[in-house]
Ligand binder design. Structure first.
Ligand code: PLP
Length: 360
């Protein structure tokens, strides 16, 4: 039986050659490939600066520190996200204030407004699954509260809101290059984008031991630098990003058509948003049964995420209140295979199995 993985990175000779050329260059840390990748990423998003880091978790921490967060500061953030979003806030010594999810699985602006206090300093919308959060409403709320917005774009390379790329709306945006992401570097990696010269300069310093120059350290940072072998790979894939995202959208549409009429909640594109289907997430009260059935057909599935971040033991001390929409959806969501490396035939195979499960 053929196995269909949740995600399959694209690997070919052009990518391998780029990595070999970087090895041969003998320049490995923040060298010419990294600098070019930063310039090209900034251009792709439409931001003035891009600062590479060794993960998005690190990038979020860099951006939060550069924004000047301090103990006691509260940050509004959706519970329904990958734990690193929350972890970076905690690691920057601020307090995450967990917000419920809207109908598109992203931060609910009304719940965020209800949870704002005089200690709120910022909002971190997460463009989850490749779908932009409700940026008009979040921006309006940030402006009304007089706080910054930091976009978590880890899952949304190339996604757009009203025609403008995500990452270019907040004071900063953060991307991940983890292997399953829409744009990868075949390993860990991340980037901060911003139009703000001071935030950019501070992120650059903090990722390199708080270094002002070779010998002088103006503050305590860390080693969160990036490397040229992975930058060379990222540059090849960035040139293909729009086409790879288009392929994901075509595969998603294939699923949509095959599932029409089934008792299955389908991912919907928010009006005004351009969804890049990092994940294709369906919804059914029979989630566990469906996952078990698909496993017997060689189809890998996932749940992103089964334990909401506000219910993680690591943040128990914050005693977060219940979030009804989030707690309901995590019991029903199921991620089906999708990536730039999947073929239409594979998607059709998954779709047939799902239809069979529902007796269609
Ligand atoms: C929404 C979100 N934020 C942050 C991260 C952290 O990214 P990284 O693994 O590059 O640190 C991830 C990774 O899964 C993510 O999905």
């Amino acid at each position: 039986m053929t196995q269909i993985p949740l995600s399959r990175p694209v690997v070919d000779d052009e990518i391998k050659q780029a990595a070999i050329a970087a090895i041969d260059s003998r320049q490995y840390i923040l060298g010419p490939q990294s600098r070019e990748f930063e310039a090209e990423l900034a251009r792709h998003v439409g931001s003035r600066h891009c600062i590479l880091s060794n993960s998005a978790t690190a990038g979020l921490w860099l951006a939060l520190r550069a924004l000047g967060v301090k103990p006691g500061d509260e940050i509004l953030v959706p519970s329904h996200t990958a734990f690193p979003t929350i972890e970076a806030i905690c690691f920057a010594e601020a307090t995450p204030v967990f917000v419920d999810a809207d109908a598109y699985y992203t931060l609910d602006p009304a719940d965020a407004a209800a949870k704002a206090t005089s200690r709120t300093v910022g909002i971190v919308p997460v463009h989850l699954y490749g779908q932009p959060a409700d940026l008009d409403a979040v921006r309006a709320l940030a402006a009304r509260l007089g706080v910054w917005m930091l976009e978590d774009c880890a899952q949304s390379h190339g996604a757009a809101w009203q025609g403008k790329k995500v990452g270019a709306f907040g004071r900063a945006g953060v991307f991940s290059f983890y292997p399953s992401k829409n744009l990868t570097v075949m390993g860990d990696g991340g980037a901060v984008v911003t139009d703000d010269d001071e935030i950019a300069a501070r992120c650059r310093r903090l990722r390199d031991h708080g270094r002002l120059n070779k010998d002088v350290h103006s503050e305590i940072g860390f080693n969160l630098r990036f490397n040229d072998i992975q930058a060379a790979i990222g540059r090849v894939l960035l040139r293909r990003l729009d086409a790879m995202n288009e392929h994901r959208r075509e595969l998603a549409e294939r699923y949509d058509k095959a599932f029409a009429g089934l008792p299955l909640g389908l991912p919907e594109e928010r009006p005004g948003g351009h969804h890049v289907y990092h994940l294709y997430v369906v919804r059914t009260p029979r989630r566990d049964e469906l996952a078990a059935f698909l496993k017997t057909r060689g189809v890998q599935t996932g749940v992103h995420y089964p334990v909401p971040t506000h219910r993680q033991p690591a943040v128990e001390r914050l005693n977060p209140p219940a979030l009804p929409a989030t707690e309901r959806l995590v019991k029903e969501i199921l991620t089906l295979p999708i990536s730039a490396g999947h073929t239409a035939t594979e998607i059709d195979t998954v779709a047939v199995a799902v239809r069979e499960f529902f007796g269609a």
